[in-house]
Design a protein around this ligand. Structure first.
Ligand code: FES
Ligand SMILES: [Fe+2]
Length: 392
């Protein structure tokens, strides 16, 4: 994390003024929509407000459930500065905790993932079961009123949806992810059986830009033929064929079929669930606030964006592949196939990083024209409306 941020014309704009500008922008009908105002990507007060009102309250995706399949498998993550621990229980359920000891709050697990039958704090060796219950606290019997039952790890609400694992820091989450996404699942993504896709990659990356710039980049495909010559531009899709989904307080999406019926980007012959154009259709969606997915019949790519300051984010991303596609890869070819897949995704990320950081730099200009959105950039307008509502 950087210690200093470069100052620009928007850095010190107040929260009230930022909110007012955002609300004015989000009121415009899509036909008259303009890009997200620079101030919401550069103001420090607005950033702090987002941390409190978005990342400390909303459901955040931390990975795929199949990354922790066996009892005791765990993943660590971070949400708005809070270290998170997710652990598979004997019952099959996944429990989430704040990854901080109940004694004096030392972060307990430093590994990104692994398997454990207990978690021991490195500071004074308090030891917790995988269910977060304190099992052993050395010499605490010397404290007369110490109740070990009242010194468990802080547990968090968790939910799985279509194979993705979500956690929220909220004590009382207003709605379940599955409820918020029910109609989207029924009408569009349910037919892909994402639940069965198997994780093959989990990586992280850091970019020097505001987190929302990645949301915007991911939720418009207008840039793809231009910006991704080495990767996604190869999955030929006509700009005129893109459709943007309905307005929602919880998600946005767009989709388009690619030209080729077979080959990369198309469903495997053994996939009998996807029908017609859906056998070669890509769906790009965002589960608000920060979970992005490119869903294809032959793989999915997910990203979870974590702001690290107004001008920096860290993102965890992964790739999961349907079993029928994986089964076709010979065991001796798997390592090479995986290496190529990682290289492909890293190349695509690099293609985006350059232009998104350039967008961030350009958007700090004190004087700018009005700007506009292409019809297939409707998801950006929808995201702006979400942002305005959740921060207002
Ligand atoms: S802080 Fe964890 S045992 Fe003391
Ligand atoms: Fe891109």
């Amino acid at each position: 994390m950087k210690t200093e941020i470069a100052q620009n014309a928007y850095t010190n704009v107040s929260l009230d003024k930022s909110l007012k500008i955002l609300q004015e922008c989000s009121k415009k009908p899509f036909e008259k929509a303009t890009p997200i105002p620079s101030v919401v990507n550069h103001s420090i007060e607005f950033y702090n407000h987002e941390q409190a009102n978005i990342f400390n309250k909303e459901w955040i995706c931390i990975g795929r459930c199949d990354e922790i399949q066996s009892t005791g498998d765990f993943l660590t993550h971070e949400i708005a500065g809070t270290p998170i621990l997710a652990v598979r229980q004997k019952s099959g359920e996944i429990m989430g905790f704040v990854n901080a000891c109940a004694h004096r709050f030392t972060c307990i697990v430093n590994k990104k993932s692994g398997n454990a039958f207990a978690f021991t704090c490195p500071n004074h060796a308090w030891t917790y079961g995988i269910d977060g219950k304190l099992n052993h606290a050395p010499f605490m019997d010397l404290k007369t009123d110490f109740n070990s039952k009242k010194n468990n790890l802080e547990s968090l609400h968790t939910e799985s949806w279509e194979g993705f694992l979500y956690i929220t820091l909220s004590k009382n989450p207003s709605k379940k992810v599955s409820e918020s996404l029910e109609s989207f699942r029924n009408s569009i993504v349910g037919q892909y059986d994402m639940n069965n896709y198997q994780t093959v990659i989990r990586e992280t990356m850091s970019w020097d830009t505001n987190w929302k710039n990645l949301i915007e980049n991911f939720t418009e495909s207008y840039h793809v033929p231009i910006a991704h010559p080495k990767t996604f531009a190869g999955h030929k899709k006509q700009i005129k064929d893109y459709e943007c989904g309905e307005d929602s307080d919880h998600y946005c999406y767009h989709f388009a079929p690619q030209e080729l019926e077979n080959g990369p980007g198309a469903a495997h012959p053994k996939n009998t669930k996807l029908q017609g154009k859906w056998r070669r259709t890509m769906v790009d969606f965002c589960v608000f606030p920060s979970h992005l997915v490119t869903l294809m019949p032959d793989y999915l790519w997910w990203v979870s964006v974590m702001p690290q300051g107004v001008d920096e984010f860290k993102a965890t991303w992964g790739v999961a592949v349907p079993p029928e596609i994986l089964n076709d890869i010979a065991k001796e070819d798997y390592d090479e196939w995986l290496k190529k897949k990682i290289h492909y995704m890293n190349t695509a990320n690099e293609e985006d990083k350059t232009l998104v950081e350039a967008l961030y730099y350009g958007s700090q200009s004190r004087r700018l024209p009005q700007g506009t959105l292409h019809p297939i950039e409707k998801n950006l307008w929808q995201f702006t409306k979400y942002l305005s509502k959740i921060t207002g």
